[in-house]
Design a protein around this ligand. Sequence first.
Ligand code: TGC
Ligand code: FAD
Length: 393
Amino acid sequence: MPKTDLYQSPDYYLLDELLSEEHLLIRKTVRDWVKKELSPIIEEHAQNATFPKQLLKGLAELGAFGPTIPVEYGGAGLDYIAYGIMMQEIERGDSGIRSTASVQGSLVMYPIYAYGSEEQRKKYLPKLASGEMMGCFGLTEPDHGSDPGGMTTNFKDMGDHYLLNGAKMWISNAPFADIAVVWAKSEAGKIHGLLVERGMEGFSTPETHNKWSLRASATGELVFDNVKILKGNLLPNVAGLKGPLGCLNQARYGIAWGALGCAMDCYDTALRYTKQRKQFGKPIAAFQLQQKKLAEMITEITKAQLLVWRLGILKNENRATPAQISMAKRNSVETAITIAREARQMLGGMGITGEYPIMRHMMNLESVITYEGTHDIHLLITGMDITGEDAFK
Ligand code: TGC
Ligand code: FAD
């Protein structure tokens, strides 16, 4: 059922004053699009577990595919604050749709831009930016998630081509992607990125069903059975785990902003609801227990807003470290999931329905807290950064 989207973003510390006119315009443009195009249809897609493909064109027109990729390759050529704002507004609508944008921009376009040849950049980037071509990113395997360095997907040098074998699992956009950036080991055991195109013999992308989370996002496997890969499809300018992890820095940064969008939407919804809903003769917002929840929510949102804004400035200056990005991703997702759980209770029975976005955000965030590095992996990254001790192995 189409509903009116009344969202207003909380800005308790007047942080909008830190944004430029251009940032504010981008935010308004994306927010208007989310209200008009995404909000009216997303609940039905989530309930039916279908991906709203009709949104792809609009996302491309907003510049959400490759916001920081230079204009000459079809990207939007924007700074990192603009990229963060876009992801926040889109994820405010739905984490699954932000996922699609993150994967396309940060995990497909970024590696082609950062590690690809000039020929690969020119061939793929403009089509990916316009949404004419969609991509996915294959790092995780059935037996190697948090520990991608243990991957077994591999390729052999056959002289004029490579032969790729193995499988990837939990891959966002896989069921409809035209191209996959796949990380695989050479015979020497070095990790490389390969561009695998739909239609290559031996390459299939079975869809993953029965998800209770990110239901409006398509997830699948990538299966490689002696797939013949032209040598020109290897990304020439990176080798080793730092290749895929470098892409994750980009995507995790977007999630740090994006997940906060869910937190802000849940807070905004709960604030409006509790001011209107009356029990015992007065609005439930007048009860101390409800005020405690709302006050704690806005405090945590404000702290997280400051963190991601500062991280954006450091990214713009090329000074943000991977560990700083981990801290922000972890903090934003934890903030969002805690707020979503509290907000759901504040709406009572209505909180479990699709009339409000809270339960959908809450379930989506169960994936967001796991992908792009789990909550605990990011904690261990911070731990290693501050102590110098590696507690992973
Ligand atoms: P380790 O020995 O620490 O590092 C190996 C090499 O990588 C370098 N490195 C990084 N480089 C760039 N950025 C980073 N963030 C980096 N972290 C490490 C490191 O310097 C080293 O370089 P070199 O030159 O010395 O070789 O690696 P490790 O095997 O001990 O693993 C470390 C660990 C656990 C932190 C890492 O592997 C990790 O982050 N695990 C989590 C896996 C993960 O995040 N997977 C995400 C899959 S993609 C996804 O979820 C997409 S969801 C998309 C959506 O729908 O939005
Ligand atoms: P595991 O690594 O098996 O972890 C299980 C638990 O063990 C976790 O709690 C973890 O924190 C803990 N753990 C692991 N190692 C340690 C340790 N050293 N110390 C303490 N605790 C530890 N991947 C892609 O490559 N591309 C995608 O597009 C993509 N999209 C996804 C979409 C969805 C909806 C989901 C759910 C996942 C997606 N992923 C994708 C995969 C995602 O990145 C992995 O699920 C994630 O990295 C965790 O790996 P795992 O599921 O194998 O869990």
